[in-house]
Design a binder for this molecule. Structure first.
Ligand code: FAD
Length: 398
């Protein structure tokens, strides 16, 4: 099994990490990425618990430490911009100990650099068709290239094309949590210095932050909604939906929305989870968001992708054949995934409050909490579930 050829679709966090580990175990991975290059910049993500062990085993811990966002803290503000409560960065971001916050693009670049010497990367291309014959998987690429591999792994995100080809329509697997998320770069007009400001209105939250590694700032929007009909390739339609959802909202919301048109990295999607009974069929397997997206509200998507890549490569290397390796990957990962997926629906209810009454009560409680002498201890208790989930797997030595 160890010298098998593996085609990975997607050079995101999961795909690049898997390529690294497969190569280290002696496999011959190729990565095909739809974008012309690794996507740089982006929003901040956390690496926690078992995922920290994975990056340490990759020798990336120091590099990650050097690229921390260094966000010093965050405040919840009211419509007039008054800071109702403030906390240090780790408490605000739900981190403990060595947990690290880093820009997604910086992490992606590091994983790519760590793997690229010995891995073939095909940018600006994608899988068009797969034909699993039982012995091999024949692949036709969008570019017209044709090849075959021992295994194909879909690490191509929430709307995975590999999953659609091998398992069917995404509607069967994507579970909408009842919210939408949008994020994009904005000018740092509030002159935030590594600080995050969050405004909570009824049914809609907006926040902005600056990091040590970014000259501008980011704006993020989370709002409750019934399912919206739109074309995922039509950015203008998505911008309109976002503007409509925040119409008449106070604080800095209008100013932040003004920047969306010019943003190079506008992102808009439903806040969703991927739930599947199996993460592989024949010689095609899924990894990361494609298999078990926990939703951005979980704060654990990156860690699941890193741990999943480590376990998938390790189990394939330890197994007699691909079927046994894929079965053990699933056995090892599923309880960890399930525990982390529980975080998303629970967190989002605290991030977006449904009614004006809930907002008023929450603001009053936060204001009180902000003045309590033991507030850090209380907040540490509040982030205990995420820490528990992040450490809910014991990594094997493969
Ligand atoms: C707004 C937002 C905030 C988030 N915040 C956090 C957080 O705080 N903490 C955290 O841990 N996680 C967070 N996440 C989640 C995290 O980014 C993902 O869970 C994680 O990146 C999963 O990685 P992945 O490699 O599975 O998917 P992705 O990062 O989505 O990568 C998929 C890759 O596949 C490529 N691709 C897509 N389709 C194709 C195709 N057909 N062919 C070839 N290539 C293709 C894409 O270009 C991309 O490079 C957040 C996500 C979002 C959207």
């Amino acid at each position: 099994m160890r010298d098998a050829t593996v085609l990975i679709s997607g050079a995101g966090i999961a795909g690049t990490a898997l390529a690294y580990w497969l190569r280290r175990h002696g496999f011959r991975p190729t990565v095909v990425e739809r974008a012309p290059e690794i996507r740089a910049g982006g929003y901040k993500v956390d690496i926690r618990g078992a995922a920290l062990d994975v990056v340490t085993r990759m020798g990336l811990r120091e590099d990650i430490r050097a690229h921390r966002t260094d966000v010093r803290g965050g405040s919840v503000v009211n419509a007039a911009g008054k800071r109702v409560a403030s906390m240090d960065g780790d408490t605000f971001g739900g981190r403990q100990g060595e947990d690290a916050e880093i820009l997604r693009g910086d992490l992606n670049r590091m994983l790519y650099e760590a793997s690229k010497g010995e891995v073939e990367y095909l940018f600006d291309d994608a899988i068009d068709a797969i034909d699993d014959t039982g012995d091999r998987v024949g692949v036709t690429f969008a570019s017209g290239r044709v090849d075959s591999y021992d295994l194909v792994v879909g690490a191509d995100g929430l709307h995975s094309a590999t999953r659609a080809l091998a398992f069917g329509d995404e509607k069967r697997f994507i579970h909408d949590l009842g919210y939408y998320v949008s994020i994009f770069s904005v000018p740092n007009h509030l002159e935030l210095d590594r600080w995050e400001l969050t405004y909570v209105g009824p049914g809609r939250t907006a926040l902005t932050y600056s990091t040590a590694k970014d000259h501008g700032a980011k704006a993020m929007f989370l709002f409750a909604s019934t399912p919206l009909e739109y074309d995922r390739r039509d950015r203008t339609a998505q911008e309109r939906l976002l503007a409509d959802a925040y119409a008449g909202e106070g604080w800095e919301v209008p100013r932040l929305l003004e920047s969306m048109d010019a943003a190079p990295d506008f992102y808009f999607d439903s806040l969703s989870q991927v739930r599947m009974d199996h993460w592989s069929t024949g010689r095609v397997a899924l990894l990361g968001d494609a298999a078990y997206c926990a939703s951005p509200a979980s704060g654990q998507g990156t860690s699941l992708a890193l741990v999943g890549a480590y376990v998938l490569a390790g189990e394939l290397a330890a197994a007699q054949d691909h079927a046994a390796g894929l079965a053990s990957y699933e056995r090892e990962m599923r309880p960890f995934v399930e525990q982390n997926q529980k975080l998303g629906p629970a967190n989002i209810k605290r991030m977006v409050l449904r009614s004006a009454g809930q907002v008023r009560i929450s603001m009053a409680m936060l204001s009180l909490l902000g003045r309590l002498p033991g507030k850090e201890k209380l907040m540490a208790k509040a982030i205990e579930p995420i820490h528990k989930a992040a450490t809910a797997i014991t990594l094997k030595e493969y």
